[in-house]
Design a protein around this ligand. Structure first.
Ligand code: ZN
Ligand code: ZN
Length: 599
């Protein structure tokens, strides 16, 4: 077992051998994935950082790690400050830091399979001012020193049947082929793993929390496709399902295959395809057109089967969460529950509910001050007991064959303080304002973000994350292109117009460092709304997540009559949807939690 210090020195030695004066280490894979397989966890291996977003730069004498507002506390706990300078993005980007810290004329390496072309262009510009050079490496120097690096997974592909997918792969590919004709393009590259899973109606088991398989694909103007995936992953059932329109190749054959597009016009997505793909196509003499991956929008706009499946998954998931919250209400006051045992119990309830394939992310189980760490992941070292007169925040979700869930509840154990109740109620008011919003077709997520924050702002408070993200259908829990996030924030997607059929989270929060965290998260569906006399096509949200909101944290006097009405109607609906799946004591408890506020 090498220490993080050993690994950093070994990397510096390797860089010397490779004649490099520095190297950039992102947290992603060849598909720009958010969650990556263990074989691609280079940032964690090198630094110890366990968060889901970040990057690092290593120079001969210094090194820096770059994380956003969600990880300000976590990075300081996990990464040794004697060797790594903590930098926060977007204030300081890796490129900017390099501009200030790299030596005049330095050769800084990057792995072209792990960065977008846009990143390369920007970083090259920044370094150019220093007369330093950004150099693509033929082999990642970390892989050269990571002796026990895991192999990519060999797990089998699974068929996602039409009853859940709602549209056949052939029909999806035909729509993309029609689009390619309009664009006067011969083919489109798909390199995002969820795009490939959605397009071919397959799911994989290669990445934790996201049911995707390591693969690449090309869609052609005639509706046929080339799919690049390790052959041992494709069983006879999948081969049959894919049919004659899909030619199978080994994943390793993808890069050489790009060399065959001389004189052809090929669409590649600058946000989703890595620089190496553009470089291979350009080197082959292809005309590369930078456009969004044609599966992104149809994947985000859920069809009737996907919506129906999502609702079934939500009911199962909600029943498991209610069983957990009931259990917690009995056990936590005894002082016998900690963050780890609570997360395990919640998972057990989800498993018992049936059809659970995986959690949709690592459960955030935060007691007291740990609740204030936005993307907290409980470990043996950080595990805290849930104490009396404190808040407990639990953000979790499940991957089911019919849908992906993501829900946060914050509960008081014992007596909450007046401040906790005030903050919770402000967060709830923001949550309700988003849920009740009516907006014209074409409205962007960023235009709704303020609705969620307004009541916190009035008290001089805020939260350092977006209000909502898209969610996949038995796919990524964070799915683009839409988001509800402040305009101009680092979180891309706030500019995407919301469209009927999109699923988003609605998750405002409030975090008091060292004391407690609050977040209330439901998923919502964008749907058309009929308004008498309306002069515009209007949209609104339908709530998809059903679980009680802790009434002991609600300061009813701060709610408007409409907000009280919303909460009562929401709780009535929770009982209607989840009640039939419960019995006995749990059902009795849920009825208590869902009674109208006035009583
Ligand atoms: Zn969540
Ligand atoms: Zn979420």
């Amino acid at each position: 077992m090498s220490t993080y210090e050993d690994r950093l020195s070994a990397l510096r030695e390797q860089l010397k051998a490779d004649r490099l004066d520095g190297f950039v280490v992102p947290l992603t894979d060849e598909h720009m994935s958010e969650y990556v397989g263990s074989y691609a966890q280079r940032l964690a291996w090198l630094t110890g950082f366990q968060g889901s977003a970040g990057s690092a730069v290593v120079l001969p004498e210094e090194a820096a790690i770059f994380t956003d507002g969600r990880y300000t506390l976590q990075v300081r706990e996990q990464v040794d400050g004697r060797h790594w300078a903590y930098q926060s993005v977007p204030e300081t980007s890796a490129a900017e830091w390099l501009k200030q810290h790299a030596a005049e004329g330095a050769r800084i390496g990057y792995d072209p399979w792990l960065h977008t072309k846009e990143w390369v262009t920007k970083a090259r510009q920044a370094l150019g001012e220093k007369e330093a050079e950004l150099v693509p490496v033929p082999r990642n120097p970390i892989d050269a020193i990571w002796s026990d690096r895991p192999q990519p997974s060999k797990a089998r592909l699974l068929v996602q049947h039409d009853n859940h997918a709602g549209k056949s792969s052939a029909a999806k590919r035909q729509e993309m082929a029609d689009w390619l004709k309009e664009q006067k393009a011969d083919a489109a590259v798909l390199s995002a793993l969820d795009s490939i899973a959605w397009t071919f109606n397959v799911r994989g088991q290669d990445v934790e929390h996201t049911p995707v398989a390591l693969s690449f694909a090309l869609i052609h103007q005639d509706g046929t496709a080339d799919l690049f995936v390790a052959p041992e992953k494709v069983g006879e059932d999948v081969r049959q399902h894919l049919g004659n329109g899909v030619r199978l190749h080994d994943r390793a054959a993808f890069e050489p295959f790009l060399g065959s597009f001389n004189g052809k016009t090929v669409v590649a997505d600058p946000e989703r395809a890595v620089a190496a793909i553009f470089e291979a196509l350009e080197a082959a003499g292809a005309n590369v057109v930078r456009k969004r991956d044609p599966s992104v929008l149809p994947k985000a706009i859920k069809n009737a089967a996907e919506i129906c499946g999502h609702k079934a998954a939500q009911a199962r998931d909600g029943a498991a969460l209610v069983r957990f919250l009931h259990w917690l209400s009995l056990e936590a006051p005894k002082g016998s529950v900690d963050e780890l045992s609570a997360a395990a119990k919640l998972q057990a309830f989800r498993q018992a509910g049936g059809d659970l394939r995986d959690t949709s992310f690592d459960t955030i189980s935060g007691a007291g001050p740990n609740g204030a760490i936005v993307h907290y992941r409980v470990t043996e070292a950080t595990n805290r007991p849930i104490e009396m007169n404190s808040l407990y925040l639990v953000d979790s979700g499940g991957q089911y064959p019919d849908g992906t869930t993501d829900v946060t509840r914050t509960v008081a154990v014992g007596q909450p303080t007046a401040e906790m109740r005030d903050r919770f109620t402000r967060v709830l008011k923001g949550h309700i304002a988003v849920d009740r919003a009516l907006f014209p077709d074409g409205t962007r997520g960023s235009q709704l973000d303020t609705l969620a924050r307004q009541f916190l702002w009035r008290a001089g408070l805020d939260y350092a994350h977006g209000t909502g993200h898209g969610v996949g259908s038995y796919l990524s829990v964070h799915e683009g292109p839409q988001r509800i996030a402040p305009a101009g924030s680092s979180q891309a997607g706030g500019d995407e117009p919301l469209r009927a059929g999109m699923i988003l989270s609605n998750e405002p929060g409030y975090y008091k460092t060292g004391e407690y965290g609050i977040r209330i998260e439901n998923l919502v569906l964008v749907r058309p709304v009929e308004i008498g006399g309306a002069e515009k096509k209007m949209l609104g949200f339908e709530t998809l997540t059903f679980a009680p909101i802790d009434r002991s944290l609600v300061e009813a006097g701060l709610l408007s009559p409409e907000e009280r009405q919303w909460l009562d109607a929401y709780h009535a609906k929770v009982l209607e949807v989840i009640g039939p799946l419960l019995e006995g004591e749990v059902l009795g408890w849920l009825k208590q939690q869902c009674r109208p506020l006035q009583n």
